[in-house]
Design a protein around this ligand. Structure first.
Ligand code: CP
Length: 321
């Protein structure tokens, strides 16, 4: 694996999941793989889980993680080619990224969407420019349209749950839209859809209100319905996430609290486990009764972020040798 930007960078998802679970069983088994290597971690947006889990993952491999909060501590970066930099941006990525390529062995980056211009956001200019100009492997810590480390973690968590149940049955996985007070990116929902489809081992259903259709490049293969109750029937896993509209980009058309998952709604499921990437707005996106109850696996899911990051960094460090 050279870069880790999307599910398309992974040839065998099950094999990567198995490697992550092997790290969970024995976190320090490759403690020298990253010896004398530096992992740069650039944040253009806030983070708790991604930042901490990736730092721990790098340290477990013997590498040195160096965090740089570009949004708060760095110069404002310009990403457009041939830009006339007479505005607020101070340094062009084509000047900054090669230096980072010399400082680090792997570059991990969290970028963000504007939610104003769909074409710009979906071009993934920021992360592509870092790949183009850094000259070293790039790992997405969440981009404008995808969140691959989160999605790998989600498949790890689902696999782990199925293994604990000792079942080889194809699970029914439901991604349900949930209300939120702010317009959020589509990246977690896009990415979850892309990974579940690429994994290919589930009956995958997406449910959302009208006008919240996601980009079909990610959802193709899933059953899509506006009827949340029918979607939840017999579900084994329910993944809860808000996203803003894609077609009329970045808007909130619906904030119907009826879309918030409750224990009553969960009764139609097959004793489903409830997942969410976090952070979560309690009693807006997800009810206290679910988050604090036995159906929720959100804490285990977030804890598994370490093993996803460790498996990916290990693959990249091995490829670099
Ligand atoms: N799920 C997730 O990416 O969390 P953070 O934004 O805290 O990293």
């Amino acid at each position: 694996m050279k870069n880790f930007i999307s599910a398309a960078d992974v040839t065998d998802i099950d094999s990567l999941v198995a490697k992550a679970l092997a790290y969970k069983a024995d976190p320090l088994k490759d403690k020298n793989l990253g010896a004398n290597k530096r992992v740069g971690m650039l944040f253009l947006n806030p983070s708790m889980r991604t930042r901490l889990s990736t730092q721990i993952a790098a340290q477990n491999l013997g590498a040195e993680p160096i965090v740089f909060n570009v949004d708060k501590e760095g110069w404002a970066l310009e990403f457009e080619e041939e830009a006339i930099m007479s505005g607020n941006t101070v340094e062009h990525v084509k000047d900054a990224a090669p230096i980072m390529g010399n400082y680090f062995d792997v570059l991990c980056i969290r970028t963000f969407p504007s939610l104003k211009n769909k074409e710009d956001d979906y071009s993934e200019l920021y992360i592509k420019q870092f790949i183009k100009y850094s000259g070293i492997p790039v790992v997405s810590l969440e981009s404008a349209t995808l969140h691959p480390l989160q999605s790998l973690t989600d498949i790890i968590t689902i696999t782990e749950s199925l293994e604990a149940q000792r079942t080889t049955r194809k699970p029914r996985i439901v991604l349900t839209w949930a209300p939120h007070v702010k317009a959020l990116p589509q990246c977690v929902a896009n990415s979850f859809s892309q990974w579940v489809n690429a994994w290919g081992k589930a009956d995958f259903v997406i449910t959302h209100p009208e006008d919240y259709e996601l980009d079909t490049r990610f959802t193709k293969g899933a059953t899509i319905t506006h009827d949340q109750d029918s979607a939840l029937k017999d579900a084994d896993f329910v993944y809860v996430k808000n996203w803003s509209t894609y077609a009329d980009y970045g808007k909130i058309y619906n904030n119907d609290p009826e879309w918030m998952l409750t224990n009553e709604k969960l009764q139609a499921t097959n004793n489903a486990k409830v997942m969410h990437c976090l952070p979560v707005r309690r009693n807006v996106e997800l009810s206290d009764e679910i988050l604090d109850g036995p159906s929720s696996i959100v804490t285990r899911e977030a804890s598994n972020r370490v093993w996803a990051a460790q498996a990916v960094l290990a693959e990249i460090l091995r490829h670099k040798r």
